[in-house]
Design a protein around this ligand. Structure first.
Ligand code: ADP
Ligand code: MG
Length: 627
């Protein structure tokens, strides 16, 4: 063992400081950094802020400097074109993915190239989300270095459970750019569980619900812990639901009460700013006071508990609906959930805690600071990686269903959403046209019944299928999704062995906004989709009937009378017309008319054909016999 002596004092020198690994919660609204001190995780206060929360906001000053945090937040309303917020929403996204966001932000997003990552323009300079996130991380790193009086080079960073590969990679890159070696990307709900001490005992088995309502996003994750492994059983949420919506609801209420129009609010930046600050203050205090009141200019603004709860009721209800969905997806019963954890600043609102507890039929735990838990858990994960605790693994799930387009533009899901990865699954298909040589396989991701509403991931063609009658080829389409979220699709015609496969990076560029919207969409449009699906199925069936009737008339020309042939052709062409112009009922009626008329004829034809076939056999036998 080596002992060092401080030559100046003659004392034994303190043992050289161990490498400190920090834990970072890189949030949409606020970011935090934490580390382990005396075996306990603690958050670090920002150098110039009042507390440990650093608003995830950047401001570009006129002289080209970048400021981060509380100071930058002051420019949000007065200087929207130079003040960037919600960078997290842009991580790992192409312009296409975020174009929907454009209307809600004051800064400029550039669409030079639809397939590459988005860029943000300030003055005549371009920045990508990775660079901007790196600025926030740099600021946190500096805070930690200042506080610890040590150089920091290693970190664990958290991301939402629904973040895909591209988003995780972008987060990792931002860390690198900030001079941090990112040892691990950890799911936020996992970090929150660790902060509550769940997962530190290797023998424990737990089901955990993590309810996270932040500034602009909401998610609920159901985790299962076993053998020191956290598995995300299900995750659901809304990437456009959070504290900002609560502030807006209060502002709307006040402006309505005082007859202030939206235009006036847009014109009057100062009033807008003051109302926002007052609304945020009101929501934080109203639960604790009888009534909140303040004065802005000549306006007397008030908010009481009852009114507040009425205002936020729709918001709370939306989060509970997501919980319902997540529980359903997880395959667990509510009573199997061992613990419910509240995360995110907005869960401080008493009504939210009450409603979440009611839903899960148990008291939701908020004994730890809800806006610090994720960072604290990240610090614990960092400690585990530093070798101070035992290791913990993570499994993942695929957030959206993966499938292919079938006849009529219908989505046929092969790997359903929330399947654990790696995951392999296959299904058999056939052709719809005689002698079909090529089959296009189009791969989609999403929950809607029609592929046009889902996201196309790619397509390829299975070529050189030997000519066969429609319905005869057996085409197996097989999906393999590996642990990194990379999808390989293989199509094989089993009779001939012709096969093609293609690798599709399933998750590249998909936005969580889009993902959330797709999920919401699928719920909203469920009944409409069912109708549409029934309509398309009727068309498919009718087309088959048309083809079959055409064939029937040709094949049985010598059996059918001229009258019968004409009637079948008439009913068939009537059906053809309704396919293009009629409703589902029209199509079904036309199909029924044709079927009713043709079925007895088909039976008759069948009898005659069988008779004829039997006769042919006997003739054949006779011939043998006679020879
Ligand atoms: P994110 O994870 O999105 O970065 P946070 O977890 O930091 O966000 O939550 C920020 C939100 O929490 C803001 O909308 C803020 O107004 C809200 N918030 C913070 N404290 C309270 C409180 N006491 N009551 C209600 N809302 C609060
Ligand atoms: Mg958060």
């Amino acid at each position: 063992m080596k002992i060092s002596i401080d030559l100046k004092s003659g004392d034994f020198a303190a043992s050289p400081k161990k490498d400190i690994i920090i834990g970072i919660d890189l949030g949409t609204t606020n970011s935090l950094v934490a580390y382990i001190q005396d075996e306990q995780p603690i958050t670090i206060k920002s150098q110039n802020g009042k507390n440990s929360l650093t608003p995830s906001v950047l401001h570009f000053t006129q002289d080209g400097q970048i400021i981060v945090g509380d100071e930058a937040k002051n420019y949000l309303i007065s200087n929207p074109d130079r003040t960037i917020f919600s960078v997290k929403r842009l991580m790992g996204k192409s312009y296409e993915d975020v174009s929907k966001l454009k209307s809600s932000i004051g800064y400029e997003i550039i669409d030079e190239d639809k397939d590459t990552l988005v860029k943000i323009k300030v003055d005549d300079k371009f920045y990508n989300p990775v660079q901007l996130s790196a600025e926030i991380l740099k600021s946190l790193k500096l805070d930690a270095e200042f506080h610890l009086n040590a150089q920091i080079s290693k970190a664990v960073i958290t991301v939402p459970a629904y973040f895909n590969d591209a988003q995780r990679q972008a987060t990792r890159d931002a860390g690198k750019l900030a001079g941090l070696d990112v040892l691990r990307i950890v799911n936020e709900p996992t970090a929150a569980s660790l902060a509550y001490g769940i997962g530190l005992d290797k023998n424990a088995q737990f089901n955990i619900a993590v309810f996270d309502l932040g500034g602009g996003t909401f998610d609920i994750s159901i985790l299962h812990l076993e053998d020191g492994i956290f598995e995300v059983l299900a995750t659901h949420g809304d990437t456009f639901l959070g504290g900002d919506d609560i502030d807006r609801a209060i502002i709307d209420y006040w402006t309505q009460m005082n007859g202030i129009t939206n235009d006036e609010l847009i014109q009057d930046i100062e009033l807008n700013q003051m109302l926002r600050l007052a609304a945020e203050e009101a929501k934080k205090t109203v639960g604790r006071l009888e009534i909140f009141s303040t004065k802005i200019r000549s306006l007397e603004l008030q908010l009481d508990d009852k009114q507040f709860e009425t205002l936020i009721d729709p918001i709370v209800t939306r989060t509970i609906t997501s919980c319902q969905q997540a529980i359903q997806d997880s395959g667990l019963a509510k009573k199997e959930i061992d613990k419910v954890i509240l995360v995110g600043g907005s869960t401080r609102i008493p009504l939210i805690k009450k409603r979440v507890s009611e839903f899960f039929e148990q008291q939701a735990d908020d004994s730890m600071n809800p806006d610090e838990v994720v960072a604290l858990g990240a610090a614990i994960q960092a400690d585990i990686l530093a070798g101070n605790r035992k290791d913990i693994l993570l499994l993942d799930v695929t957030p959206l269903s993966l499938g292919i387009e079938t006849v009529g533009g219908l989505m046929d899901a092969i790997i359903p959403r929330n399947s654990k990865v790696p995951h392999g699954a296959g299904r058999q298909y056939t052709t719809s046209v005689d002698g079909q040589k090529n089959l296009k396989v189009s791969v989609y991701q999403g929950e809607r019944d029609l592929v046009q509403h889902n996201r196309k991931l790619g397509e390829f063609i299975l070529k050189d299928i030997p000519p066969m009658a429609a319905g005869l080829p057996k085409i197996e389409v097989h999906f393999m999704l590996d642990a990194d979220g990379i999808l390989t699709v293989r199509a094989k015609e089993l009779r001939s062995g012709v096969s093609t496969s293609v690798e599709i990076k399933s998750t590249y560029g998909i936005s969580e906004e889009e993902m959330a919207l797709m999920l919401i969409d699928s719920i909203k449009n469920a009944s409409q989709d069912v109708e549409r699906r029934a309509y398309l199925e009727a068309i498919n069936e009718a087309q088959n009937v048309v083809l079959a009737s055409d064939k029937f008339v040709i094949q049985n020309a010598n059996i059918l009378t001229q009258e019968e042939t004409i009637e079948i052709i008439r009913l068939n062409s009537n059906l053809k017309t309704t396919i293009t112009t009629g409703s589902k009922d029209d199509i079904e009626n036309a199909m029924k008319a044709l079927n009713d008329y043709a079925t007895p004829l088909a039976h008759m034809a069948l009898d005659q054909n069988i008779g004829k076939a039997l006769k042919e056999v006997s003739v054949f036998e006779n011939e043998i016999g006679s020879s």
